[in-house]
Design a protein around this ligand. Structure first.
Ligand code: AMP
Ligand code: FE
Ligand code: FE
Ligand code: ZN
Length: 288
């Protein structure tokens, strides 16, 4: 069986490039994946597929398998729920429209947050633009980089723990569909959805299991269990949910280049899980 597989291990199914809030170009990221010894990497920029073609070319050049993906923003009340989506059709009209709407909402929300921060700190929208690749999905990490450049924080993590934390009073949510709608959109586009880091401290109160049956019926494939931000108790709970609902379990780094401490390959996914994921997909193919 395993000799039939076209992809190699280790497998890391969650990374970001400068197309969203990572610090490397898609090609640099793929090269970094090879240097880190990965056999397979998924590019999962927030709400965008703009890095797929560059990453695909780099994957072919570097002998790394690429799983094209995305981390779709969804939301339950004030809590954001991230949905990893793999191997969907990037030209699917509904998904294209929804991600455009989310990116637009993220941009307006970032401008509003910066306006509020600017009342208390020397910070202007141009500072954020200077930290953002043209066309990138804008997020708090870009505001963090601007705060660092202005000397208001030593690094991204400190900015997140301080000025960008909801407790500081500048935080604002942005439009995103609810998770069920997100799952339906991804599945309709031939993709395979996995809930990203479902057991972080901030998601502890989400009571995912109340909605799990609906999510599974809509085509949810798995839960990202091995992620540095999932709590130990949370992982136990995820294991239980997965066995009750027949869900796959994945592991990944959520690498953001220099933007986060997460290192490529620090968590990985079993080859059997990736095999099942690929078998479930019909929207696009891995790049071998
Ligand atoms: P946003 O979606 O704009 O609210 O920003 C959330 C993003 O910021 C997530 O994608 C995280 O990867 C990133 N993030 C969260 N915490 C940190 C941190 N401490 N350091 C760097 N990036 C972070
Ligand atoms: Fe991110
Ligand atoms: Fe995320
Ligand atoms: Zn991520």
């Amino acid at each position: 069986m395993s000799s039939d597989r076209l992809f190699r291990e280790p497998i890391d199914l969650h990374t970001h490039s400068r197309v969203s809030d990572g610090t490397e170009s898609p090609a640099q990221l793929v090269r970094a994946a090879r240097e880190a010894g990965l056999g397979t990497v998924a590019l999962t920029d927030h709400d965008s597929t703009a890095g797929w073609s560059e990453a695909s070319a780099a994957a072919r050049e570097n002998g790394v398998t690429l799983i094209p993906g995305m981390e779709l923003s969804t939301r339950v009340g004030w809590s954001s729920v991230h949905l990893l989506a793999y191997l969907f059709d990037p030209s699917d009209a509904r998904l294209v429209a929804e991600t455009a709407r989310i990116r637009e909402a993220r941009l307006l929300r970032a401008e509003e947050m910066v306006q509020r921060i600017g009342r208390d700190y020397d910070l202007a929208w141009d500072d954020v633009v200077a930290q953002t690749n043209p066309g990138a999905t804008v997020g708090r990490p870009h505001i963090a980089d601007a705060l660092v450049a202005r000397g208001h924080a030593p690094n991204r993590s400190a900015a997140f723990a301080g000025i960008l934390h909801w407790r500081a009073g500048y935080y604002q949510p942005h439009y995103a569909p609810d998770p069920l709608t997100g799952i339906e959109l991804v599945v309709a586009a031939g993709g395979v959805p996995v809930i990203a880091h479902p057991a972080t401290v901030s998601r502890a109160d989400l009571a995912l299991e109340d909605s799990m049956e609906q999510y599974v019926e809509a085509g949810l494939f798995g839960l990202e269990i091995d992620h540095r931000e999932n709590t130990p108790e949370g992982r136990e709970h995820l294991r239980d949910l997965a066995s009750r609902f027949g869900l796959a379990l994945t592991g990944s780094s959520d690498y953001h280049g220099e933007g986060k401490p997460n290192r490529l390959g620090e968590n990985t996914t079993a080859p059997e899980v990736l095999e099942a994921l690929i078998a479930r997909s019909s929207g696009s193919a891995p790049v071998y």
